[in-house]
Ligand binder design. Structure first.
Ligand SMILES: CC(C)(COP(=O)(O)OP(=O)(O)OC[C@H]1O[C@@H](n2cnc3c(N)ncnc32)[C@H](O)[C@@H]1OP(=O)(O)O)[C@@H](O)C(=O)NCCC(=O)NCCS
Length: 167
């Protein structure tokens, strides 16, 4: 498996990964994901990345995961997310994608990388914690799901300025 910068030719495959992972409930996107609409969104992001970017995990020409970073508002803060198909998990690829996102953020001069994660997503929280992310808070009952329920998220962030050798 290799990590490479996404191109617009990857957009549909990336949307399919989002649709598959959304079906298990571990990410914000809810099923059924509109593949065409999501692919269009990816193409737009690729055309106007700002300080952000999109990467794919490529297994012999097949997109099996993706990771993205985007400007989240405050200057110097990048928000990130990622999703891997089940068969690509547990082999270090998630951490490698996260390192790619962090390297990108450092190269952009960002001072902070943040994300939101479901509080019951132990695997993702463990990965982010091992990479130096800390919980900054809880967004209580923040997201209305299609079934009407309200879900909370954990806000996690990594302060790049606190890394050794930075400012
Ligand atoms: C979360 C996700 C990105 C992790 O990627 P991955 O490739 O499985 O993780 P890695 O193999 O790189 O492992 C990274 C760390 O995750 C944690 N981890 C991995 N497998 C785990 C498991 N089965 N249980 C608990 N923690 C686990 C460990 O901390 C691991 O670090 P270590 O190997 O140094 O101990 C991936 O499982 C995924 O796409 N899940 C569904 C979508 C999702 O949850 N996205 C994040 C939303 S915020």
């Amino acid at each position: 498996m290799l990590i490479r910068v996404a191109t617009s030719a990857d957009a549909a495959a990336m949307a399919r990964v989002v649709a598959t992972v959304a079906a298990e409930g571990s990410i914000g996107a809810e099923p059924p994901v509109d593949i065409d609409a999501r692919a269009r969104q990816f193409r737009e992001m690729l055309e106007n990345p700002g300080a952000g970017g999109l990467w794919v995990l490529d297994d012999q020409g097949r997109v099996v995961g993706l990771a993205g970073a985007h400007d989240s508002g405050p200057v110097g803060v990048l928000s990130v997310g990622m999703a891997l198909l089940t068969q690509a998990r547990g082999q270090g690829a998630g951490r490698a994608l996260l390192d790619t996102l962090l390297d990108h953020a450092r190269a952009c001069g960002a001072h902070k990388v943040d994300l939101e994660v479901w509080p019951d997503n132990a695997r993702a929280i463990a990965m982010y914690t091992r990479a130096g992310f800390q919980v900054e808070g809880v967004r209580r009952a923040h997201y209305r799901r299609r079934d009407g329920s309200l879900r909370s998220t954990l806000l996690m962030a990594h302060l790049l300025d606190e890394e050794p050798g930075r400012r």
